[in-house]
Design a protein around this ligand. Structure first.
Ligand SMILES: [Fe+2]
Length: 405
């Protein structure tokens, strides 16, 4: 079978790095760093202050140049010493020694990534997830060594394996998303969901060009319109799309097609590129052929375990898989908390609470998932968690379903 679409896009290849930094996590999952005064401290956010470089006998703090000595503890943990004193779980020297866990860090400083993100509207942390996490994600997706399995769409992905929560709480990409959006309060607009793409058969329906949630330009029923008006919103960012590469993403296996930089236009993709709203109609591909795939479009290739962040306004569409291996990603639309979500994440959080993966993750990961998935009304009665009300939904008679993002 010939390739289902001509491969003519501009390829942007993000390579797996040869060198990367280390984060040192407490048993609760927070990070040892140096605060603004240069003292050791345990910090909740993965910014430059928590970045360490492994050196002989310990770690060097990249920002301040301070060293901690490390001795191997149980199950890969490290007992740390700073200026002759054991480092405790609160980062204070002289306290009871606490085991710290070395965690795979980024290959560049978070602040460098942020600069790139702001300049280009997208950034990719290549292979930032460790091998165990990638294996867990591939097991859930039914790809890679787990190809004999089929992804189960009937059970929330978070409930299927702790790797989904771990990947969702990857700390550097969350910090970048918060800073790019200009708010600490970010939410997932729908529960983490898998997109698994197998070989294209030359006939099946495909996705057209669109901007992601909450804009949905090119997707809404009215061509050219979306949920957010095409206004000059300036620096205000209403959505970041966070795609976690569960497998390698290559041009041949259906890596996402982009028009990089198009977020700056504050408008949807051109109709002659083939919009999502058109390709959502069954049989559209058979009648009209494929959406645009020429040299004005880009493909970002990245290794499994990468986290790709892009401004949700960026025009894009799924590629077509011309290989026998499945291509899989976790899709996460991230918005400020005052944007109405795309699906009820609170309900998914409740089932996650009762699942076994909830017991297998750190306190930090639990805190992040709760904050990302639970929406609240903040008002005279304080903070109140909200979710879908079945009675009111039935009364309105509008429960037609929204489908997957
Ligand atoms: Fe999309």
């Amino acid at each position: 079978m010939p390739p289902p679409e001509p491969l003519r896009e501009n390829v942007v290849r993000v390579e797996a790095p040869g060198h990367r930094f280390t984060l040192l996590a407490t048993p609760g999952g927070d990070f040892l760093g140096a605060d603004d005064a240069g003292d050791l401290a345990v910090l909740r956010e993965a910014d430059d202050r928590v970045v360490w470089e492994e050196i002989a006998g310990g770690y060097r703090h990249v920002g301040t140049g301070q060293h901690v000595e490390a001795k191997a503890g149980a199950s890969g943990d490290r007992l740390l010493t700073w200026r002759g004193h054991a480092v405790g779980g609160d980062g204070c020297p002289g306290a009871r020694p606490t085991p710290f866990r070395p965690v795979r860090g980024p290959d560049r400083l978070p602040s460098e990534y942020l600069r790139t993100f702001r300049e280009r509207g997208w950034v990719c942390l290549p292979a930032v997830l460790d091998a165990d996490t990638v294996d867990g994600l591939q097991r859930v997706a039914g790809c890679g060594p787990w190809s004999a399995r089929t992804h189960d769409r009937g059970v929330s992905a978070l409930d299927q394996h702790a790797a989904v929560a771990r990947a969702s709480a990857e700390p550097v990409s969350l910090w970048l998303t918060r800073r790019y959006m200009g708010t600490d309060e970010i939410r997932f607009a729908h529960p983490p969901s898998f997109a698994v793409l197998d070989r294209d058969d030359g006939e099946r329906d495909v996705q057209g060009w669109h901007s992601d949630f909450p804009y949905l330009w090119g997707i809404d029923r009215r061509v050219g319109a979306g949920r957010i008006p095409e206004l000059r919103t300036g620096d205000m960012v209403l959505g970041v799309q966070r795609n976690i590469c569960v497998t390698d993403f290559t041009r041949g296996n259906g890596a996402t097609r982009f028009k990089l930089g198009s977020h700056r236009r504050n408008e949807g993709p051109p109709p002659d590129w083939g919009l999502g709203v058109d390709f959502a109609r069954p049989g559209h591909r058979k009648r009209h052929g494929l959406p645009y795939g020429g040299p004005d479009a880009d493909v970002i290739e990245a290794p499994a375990g990468s986290v790709l962040l892009f401004d949700a306004r960026t025009w894009h569409r799924a590629g077509l898989n011309a290989t026998d291996g499945k291509r899989a990603a976790i899709l996460q639309a991230v918005t400020p908390p005052w944007i109405m979500p795309f699906a009820d994440s609170g309900a998914a959080f409740k089932t996650f609470l009762a699942s076994s993966p909830w017991t297998e993750i750190t306190d930090r990961e639990r805190r992040e998932l709760e904050s990302l998935l639970v929406y609240e009304i903040v008002g005279p009665r304080g903070r109140q968690a909200i979710t879908v009300d079945r009675e009111l939904t039935e009364r309105r008679g509008v429960n037609a379903g929204t489908g997957a993002p």
